[in-house]
Design a binder for this molecule. Structure first.
Ligand SMILES: C[S@@+](CC[C@H](N)C(=O)[O-])C[C@H]1O[C@@H](n2cnc3c(N)ncnc32)[C@H](O)[C@@H]1O
Length: 299
């Protein structure tokens, strides 16, 4: 099984393709650019993947990628992909991350292995050169994968969550690794941001709030971010082509999330498909579009 190297990140995703929409070149022999890995993720039915040894054009791999399976195509590998029945799939593109980001990631992985920080958090940390004494707020810290990474990258981190078991876990990890993290038990349906921060992040959590408290919270994030510094939102959304299958109380559209940041500089944004860790009653993975927004306050 081919692997995407650890220092690569997903930088692009194609729309959901099916029999009608997939381009003709995809089913003919083609290759990938140097230093770009493709990850093919099948959401419905299957694809037949055939790769070739480019010297004599013999077939060197032939396999079926079934529903929920993924297959990594190596850079410059000649291959073709044929649909099986009523297939739906996406193609994701991975390229090498900047060395400064990988350094932060490597340092964290060595100290606290097994935590998979969001790439966007690694990226945002690398944007801020002098991170010592910068204050970051991780709303809904969960297992602390983002809080611990930020603290290991020299931020003073404030981690909020309503789950005291997670907060205790984060406290223990912070103590073990001498990291500057202050945890707080908070119900974010009732509280919002009151102090100023350089970085405020909320990943895969805004969906749990009621609509009105969510709006008040985002407005407080916007108001309490220090000028020239950042917010990161990653949240499932309702999109015209794909409603989030889990009907959370708060599912704005991508445009609604972007609209909160209309007066900020948008450093990065996408609304790609992503899988939840949970499965449905038939053990199928659940896919939603997620809004990802990195924004910088400029006025
Ligand atoms: C899916 S986890 C995401 C955690 C983390 N941001 C990440 O990306 O790994 C969602 C977290 O939201 C917390 N949560 C849900 N509703 C909340 C609320 N009303 N107030 C505070 N935390 C809440 C849960 O305890 C859980 O830790």
């Amino acid at each position: 099984m081919n692997q995407i190297p650890k220092n690569f990140y997903r930088y692009k995703q194609n729309p959901l393709w099916n029999n009608q929409t997939l381009p003709a070149w995809f089913t003919n022999k083609h290759n990938t650019k140097a230093w770009v890995y493709w990850n093919i993720v099948v959401y419905k039915w299957a694809l037949k993947y055939t790769s070739f040894d480019s010297e004599n054009w013999n077939i060197d791999w032939e396999l079926i990628i079934n529903t929920w399976e993924e297959w990594v195509s190596l850079p410059q590998k000649w291959h073709k992909v044929e649909p099986i029945w009523d297939v739906e799939f996406v193609l994701e593109f991975y390229k090498e991350m900047d060395e400064s980001i990988y350094k932060l990631k490597q340092d964290f992985d060595e100290k606290i292995p097994w935590f998979k920080t969001h790439y966007e958090v690694e990226y945002i940390a690398s944007l801020i050169e002098d991170r010592k004494n910068k204050k970051a707020l991780d709303l809904w810290a969960g297992s602390g994968r983002n809080s611990l990474f930020l603290a290991n990258s020299w931020f003073e981190v404030h981690s909020w969550d309503k789950n005291t078991n997670w907060l205790e876990f984060i406290n223990n990890k912070a103590k073990e690794n001498n990291l500057n993290i202050i945890t707080k038990e908070t119900n974010l349906n009732k509280n919002f941001v009151l102090d100023n921060y350089d970085l405020i992040i909320t990943t895969v959590a805004l969906q749990f709030l009621e609509k009105i408290p969510a709006k008040i919270l985002i407005k407080s994030m916007i108001e309490k971010t220090i000028i020239w510094w950042y917010n990161l939102i990653i949240a499932p959304i309702d999109a015209p082509d794909h409603k989030c299958p889990i009907r959370f109380p708060n599912l704005p559209t991508y445009e609604e999330y972007l609209n909160f940041y209309k007066d900020w500089e948008i450093v990065y944004t996408d609304n790609y498909y992503w899988k939840f860790h949970v499965v449905d009653e038939n053990w199928n993975k659940i896919v939603s579009r997620f809004a990802t927004i990195i924004a910088k306050k400029t006025s």
